[in-house]
Design a protein around this ligand. Sequence first.
Ligand SMILES: [Zn+2]
Length: 222
Amino acid sequence: MSMDVTFLGTGAAYPSPTRGASALVLRCEGECWLFDCGEGTQTQLMKSQLKAGRITKIFITHLHGDHFFGLPGLLCTISLQSGSVVTKQPIEIYGPAGLRDFIWRTMELSHTELVFPYVVHELVPTADQCPTEELKEFTDVNKTDSLPKEGQGRTILLDSEENSYLLVDDEQFVVKAFRLFHRIPSFGFSVVEKKRPGKLNAQKLKDLGKWFSFFFFFSYQL
Ligand SMILES: [Zn+2]
């Protein structure tokens, strides 16, 4: 499988005209996975060969602004570019607890109606992951007011035996999050491609087997 990584921003909290806030894209088989979405990520995407409409998953490491303030604008732009009929799978967004509330509030306050479906899966940090005063409790927004395109996301707890959070486990990939220790709850992500056995053409092998047997017999007779 061909995979490549594009760094859209490495300027962290000090972006400049030539260096964006944190964001990178992992591209594999036509899909784009976005890791962090600092302010200006959508314009960085426009400067690259990547297409924002190809983003299927978004992973946010932590809720410092330079890592996710670009998210509402990017979602709005993808929505504007999507046309009126959208049948695609939901965009899956993973990040620390509080991210669902943030997206809901920004969309609600700006009267934005996204045309595509999305879900936010929240990772629950552990108490020892940052200084006590930085660990916030988030009460979920009123679910009766959930946005029309918002699906039911998961609340993901630490698997203490594996010391990780299992985010994705499909036929192609295993994606896990790991706790990072920063001033606020933060996560790193690992993407592991599963081994895929090659496809064997059983009939062709049988035919080849006969041919090799015949060849061996014929050689032996000579
Ligand atoms: Zn930070």
